[in-house]
Unconditional design. Structure first.
Length: 60
């Protein structure tokens, strides 16, 4: 009986310690993920954006 009580108490302490140590998850929830906000609000067409990307990082 006492052995079960000790085991239950240790399990409760382990669970409480695990919950106390867990922090708030921090995900990337900025406006620049996955597409930067300035790209979404640009007046450029898709062809202009692709041409600009090609000029910066050419594929040869």
């Amino acid at each position: 009986m006492l052995n079960n009580l000790i085991r239950t108490g240790l399990a409760a302490c382990a669970v409480a310690g695990a919950l106390a140590g867990a922090g708030i998850a921090s995900a990337d929830a900025t406006d620049d993920y996955p597409i930067p906000n300035r790209i979404l609000k640009t007046p450029c067409t898709a062809e202009q954006i692709m041409a600009a990307a090609r000029d910066v990082e050419p594929v040869y």
